[in-house]
Design a protein around this ligand. Sequence first.
Ligand code: SAH
Ligand code: SF4
Length: 341
Amino acid sequence: MLRDALADEPAYRLRQVDEGLWRQLRRPAELTVLPRGLRDRLEAGFPPALTCVATAVADGGRTTKWVFELGDGATVETVAMAYGNRVTACISSQAGCAMGCTFCATGQAGFRRHLAAAELVEQVVAAARHAAPRRLGNVVFMGMGEPLANYDATVATIRALTSKMGMSARHLTVSTVGVAPAIERLAVDTPTVTLAVSLHAANDALRDTLVPLNRTYPLERVEAACHAWNTATRRRISFEWALIDGVNDRTSDAAELAAIARRCAAHVNLIALNPTPGYATPGTPRDRVLAFRDTLAGLGVNVTVRATRGREIDAACGQLAAVEGGRTVRVRAPRRAATPV
Ligand code: SAH
Ligand code: SF4
């Protein structure tokens, strides 16, 4: 920990280091307010956790994807999306994912390991540096992995981003496939973050086939966790629903979804399924996405259609699988991007 490394220094050094690393997004070697020896010691003691091995750009420069290599050679992907002068970072919480959702490239590739909090935070720092002078407005835990299966690192990251980087917790969105007990813990530990639950089906028979975790935490259990979230936080949940042609885009699906969304006072975010190598059924065509939205709205649901970003560089939702088997990305000389925590 940085605090330990600075134990013998005057108290103002910690403030200087925090300001330099977290607000100015510098590396220890760049902290010229510090004496040379201390700078070198910090740089050596806190080497970067991420090495950028590839970058790809899409959407006329508004979407950037990085492939980061971790110390043990595992790779993860991070995406930055610009909306006007605000940038949203989409970060990975695990290398791979053990949840096995059939329609998701990360799930298709399997699990490698959890990320440490420092590896999560450094993704945000990389995106914030890239964003400057624009603001990093939002961070979404919607990259590779299931953040609530890596609970401690996720909460440590949320705490670091709010207390050190000064981000508002409301601008941090944790997306989960429905790890019900962890949703209930999160409601206590970080009640001001935004919660998104990836639902995709509102009956157990269908959800079992799309989201294997549903066999452990079926809809009734997930719904109970959503009620607990609402009671504890008084904040509106989002339900994520990737529309799959002929699978979960029927009128009956809209009716089932509307019922659970109303009971949970949830906002519904629709997106057409993005293509992945291991799942043959395509996303719902645009006209029927809009019709599904209108059906939900007619049933009294608060609903929006999410725009897809980064599809041509496999950076869109569910397409992150990191290099092997992925589409070729433009490879640049490795570049270090990191901040110690
Ligand atoms: N594991 C977490 C967060 C990462 S996935 C979760 O599942 O919520 C981020 C989002 O992308 C989730 O809503 C997920 O359901 C969605 N997703 C996965 N594969 C997709 C695909 N092929 N097309 C569109 N969205 C997809
Ligand atoms: Fe994991 Fe989320 Fe993909 Fe499911 S959708 S496999 S939980 S990353």
